[in-house]
Ligand binder design. Structure first.
Ligand code: ADP
Ligand code: MG
Length: 329
């Protein structure tokens, strides 16, 4: 890479404020990174790319882009019950004065946000690549998984409770607000409510400790990136079972409670980017885990009849027209 790019890495990514991990042999600065993993564990890998205008609106702040790029990767590890350790970063940056008004200021804000989240999780940026082109950020993450562990999508059993780690739909509402869409629905929202939704979109919380808690308890788990209906569909397909969801149980964030109920349900069911975990587990384990994690919410049951049914409080089935889910009965 050209000299100026090397200076970028030196200045913004060889951060002395990085945590020091005993299982890192060689970090940024040589041809490869080298790690010395604990022998008693397996390693879990995940990679995600965020492209400007596709995965985040063009006007998203560099701090939010960095945070989200790392958080979505952390979320994949959380969904397996893994403990994050190291990550690499491939950064594609537009040339100066095109998409980025000030490259230096952009990189400063981006790297500060990245390292701040990395420190929170005690993980190291160990290498990467830097190129020119339309703005895109790829992070690959790696973490530890117990040899016999790992929360798969395929283990859901008939009779299991279906639960999520927190409220749903806020990120999709944040996206509407960022793109000024569906305005007529949001008249009741206060400024605080709007900021809450935008924050949910830009700063998703990876449920790492929750994923670790679910290790050896949940029968199946994944993180909600594409929307509950679509993602729960992956569990149902992989496990060869069906599900019933109780609409009145769908957890909506308190700040968004003024919204029309059916509209909010639709956001909770089909909106992406929430990054809560969705998992299934035996009824007796639900009562134990919900004492430890009172924020977890049971939303339905795994059943033998294939497909997914949405039930209203009176037991009537509710049909929604916007899709994302292609496994209906
Ligand atoms: P090479 O040409 O051998 O691929 P590079 O010149 O691309 O090496 O990178 C030099 C060093 O800087 C390597 O250790 C690489 O991992 C690291 N690096 C490059 N870009 C980034 C980045 N965006 N973030 C972190 N480390 C990076
Ligand atoms: Mg390179």
């Amino acid at each position: 890479m050209p000299g100026s790019e090397f200076q970028i890495i030196e200045k913004y990514f060889s951060a002395p404020e990085q945590v020091s991990r005993s299982d890192l042999v060689q970090g940024i600065g040589d041809d490869c990174a080298v790690v010395a993993p604990q022998e008693q564990s397996n390693l879990a890998f995940s990679i995600d790319t965020l492209i400007s205008g596709v995965h985040f609106p063009h006007n998203t702040s560099p701090a939010a882009i960095a945070y989200k790029a790392l958080a979505v990767n952390l979320s994949d590890l959380a969904a397996m019950g893994a403990e994050p350790a190291w990550f690499t970063l491939s950064l594609t940056l537009p040339k100066e004065s095109s998409e980025l008004s000030s490259r230096e200021a952009w990189l400063q804000e981006f790297s500060q946000s990245l390292f701040s989240l990395a420190r929170e999780h005690n993980i190291n940026l160990i290498g990467g690549d830097t190129t020119h082109g339309p703005l895109a950020v790829t992070i690959q993450i790696c973490g530890y998984l117990p040899k016999q562990g790992g929360l798969k999508r395929s283990g859901a059993r008939v009779g299991d409770i279906i639960a999520v780690t927190g409220p749903l739909g806020a990120a999709a509402i944040g996206l509407d607000i960022a793109l000024q869409q569906n305005k007529s629905h949001y008249g009741c929202l206060s400024e605080t409510g709007k900021q809450f939704a935008l924050h949910a979109l830009n700063y998703p919380q990876a449920r790492i400790t929750e994923g670790l808690s679910l290790q050896n308890i949940a029968h199946a788990a994944l993180d909600l990136s594409d929307g509950l209906l679509s993602d729960l569909g992956h569990i149902l397909t992989a496990s060869d079972v069906g599900a019933e969801l109780k609409l009145e149980k769908l957890p909506l964030a308190p700040s968004l409670i003024c919204l029309d109920k059916e509209f909010a349900w639709e956001k909770a069911l089909t909106g992406g980017d929430d990054y809560e975990l969705c998992f299934t587990l035996a009824e007796e384990d639900w009562s134990k885990i919900s004492k430890k994690h009172p924020e977890f919410i049971a939303i339905g049951t795994i059943v033998s009849q294939k497909g997914l049914r949405l039930l209203k409080a009176d037991g009537q089935e509710h049909i929604i027209d916007s899709g994302g889910y292609d496994h209906f009965g």
